[in-house]
Design a protein around this ligand. Sequence first.
Ligand code: GAR
Length: 200
Amino acid sequence: MKRLGILLSGRGSNFEAIADSVEAGRIPASIAVVLSNRPEARGLETARRRGLNAVSIPSKGLDREVYDRLVVAELRKHEVDLVCLAGFMRLLSAYFVREFPLRILNIHPSLLPAFPGLDAQHQALEHGVKISGCTVHFVDEYLDHGPIVVQTPVPVLDGDTDETLSLRILKEEHRIYTEAINVVLSAGWRIEGRRVVTAR
Ligand code: GAR
């Protein structure tokens, strides 16, 4: 059974969706540890309540790689096979990425490469796109950049605010993160250039 490590910085609704899928047997893995750079993250509290290992490693004042060495050590301690960033608002160092090659996923609330970075839903509204969406991708050392595993479109409606669009996208995030984890845990995929190609 593969072991997941979840990294989050806040609310943790994507983590909860993954945890629900694990519990329901929709993901053939266990959650080995939930880790946050913010001690007050609501997701950590939820993890504790669900009886999972919840660890806080504050990043304040630490150099990026020094911090990442602490996080990688914790993930190793829990024998994590696949790292899932779920609203983890930090760029990973090249060191971290090398330690888990093609074994780190991130979810982003836009159709990448459109609108990387913060407040992607606000960026989409400002730009006036009619369709946005969400993306689960492998993490490399660049922001919201690695090979795409799963993407899904979400319509932008005329009356949308940041909140209404974010909610519509979030619902799809919760669905595609499980799908993407299952792709990566299955044997049937390979990378061709930037493309993640599934066997079937
Ligand atoms: C999610 O919408 C996620 O896609 C986004 O933060 C939110 C976290 O919510 N991540 C990014 O913008 C990363 N660039 P959650 O804590 O409820 O899962």
